[in-house]
Design a protein around this ligand. Structure first.
Ligand code: HQG
Length: 181
């Protein structure tokens, strides 16, 4: 199994559907590494502890972490399951960016950016990263520039995941500018 396909499968298991392999996430999103490896085996995916470690270390977006003694693993962010991954509240940069599809513009400018199925709205530190997020989907892209500095001054909370993604609950439309590229 390649690192990339294992990473995709682990995203499904550790963020959204742990029941796929018969495991459960604890309150902080952790799963025992042994149970994960056994669960994967049961659905025909033979992975070793060494391969798992490579996925954690080499993953392009640092999606996963081990606990200190590497007996547990979790996704750093992006969950749809209600887990507390102990995100640290932090003052955001003055501006953050969000890449999405052009067809979402009307709805976003009416109701703001919503977290949809995830626990947070995901924001990027630069336009380049936001473009990549948008490019995951088929269709014309749109980049929203978020006045995160004003949001923070107005009391909105921001968190930074260990992989650099910024997270917040909701971005009201008055803090959003559409970038015409
Ligand atoms: C859109 C990937 C209409 C929102 C990426 C997005 C990211 C609205 C979609 C991470 C809306 C939700 C998250 C509104 C939000 N009207 N559309 N009011 N509010 N939306 O996948 O940000 O590879 O939950 O723009 O790199 O696309 O998984 O969020 O298009 O960091 O590690 O609703 O997923 O990381 O989609 O992606 P998502 P996202 P990973």
């Amino acid at each position: 199994m390649s690192i990339e396909s294992l990473s995709k499968f682990l995203s499904l298991v550790l963020r959204h559907k742990p029941e796929t392999i018969g495991v459960t996430l604890d309150a902080h999103g952790w799963v025992d590494v042994d149970k994960l490896i056994n669960g994967c085996r049961k659905v025909g995916k033979n992975i070793s502890a060494v391969l798992l470690e490579r996925v954690v270390i080499e993953n392009d977006k640092m999606r996963f972490s081990f606990n200190a003694n590497k007996t547990k693993i979790r996704a750093n962010q992006g969950h749809s399951r209600a887990v507390d991954v102990e995100l640290e509240e932090m003052a955001p940069p003055l501006f953050l960016y969000h890449g999405t599809l052009a067809r979402n513009e009307k709805s976003i400018m009416e109701s703001g950016l919503s977290k949809m199925k995830r626990l947070h709205v995901h924001l990027s530190v630069d336009v380049k990263t936001a473009r990549k997020v948008a490019a995951r989907r088929v269709g014309a892209s749109l980049i929203c520039k978020i006045d995160s500095g004003s949001m923070a001054r107005d009391g909105y909370k921001f968190y930074q995941s260990v992989n650099g993604v910024w997270l917040t609950e909701h971005v009201p439309p008055q803090y959003i500018t559409i970038l015409r590229e």
